[in-house]
Design a protein around this ligand. Structure first.
Ligand code: FES
Length: 122
């Protein structure tokens, strides 16, 4: 079961949600379902509005590492990921710090998602 805590200066308090095993919703879809105001526009990895910062709380092996080509391109364009971080994700299973909420599918892990509330902010 995924345990996802959302935190943002535009929220009164942090909110933790529990995604059921086998759920394949994106972080953005889960946020919308729980009225968590992550900004978005395209929902398709093109605009970069839904930029989030991800921290892993537990020490389990990281799971949600695979980046789509769109996500890689957008994160590079936003200058929040380096070529080295992309390589770390692809070769060493080390997830980058910034992701797009519309591309990131929560797996069975405990994560903290931070967003500013400003489109493309993190
Ligand atoms: Fe446009 Fe996620 S909503 S990249």
């Amino acid at each position: 079961m995924a345990n996802i805590t959302f935190t943002s200066p535009i929220m009164h308090r942090d909110k933790t949600i529990y995604a059921v095993a086998g759920d394949t919703k994106t972080i953005l879809a889960l946020a919308e379902e729980h009225q968590i105001p992550i900004p978005f526009e395209c929902r398709d990895g093109n605009c970069g509005s839904c930029l989030i910062e991800v921290s892993y709380i537990d020490d389990k092996p990281k799971m949600s590492i695979a980046l789509t080509e769109k996500e890689k391109a957008r994160l590079k364009e936003l200058q929040v990921v380096t070529a080295e971080e992309i390589a770390d994700a692809e070769v060493r299973d080390m997830p980058p710090r910034y992701r797009l909420a519309c591309q990131y599918i929560a797996r069975d892990e405990e994560v903290r998602i931070r967003f500013t509330g400003t489109p493309g902010g993190s």
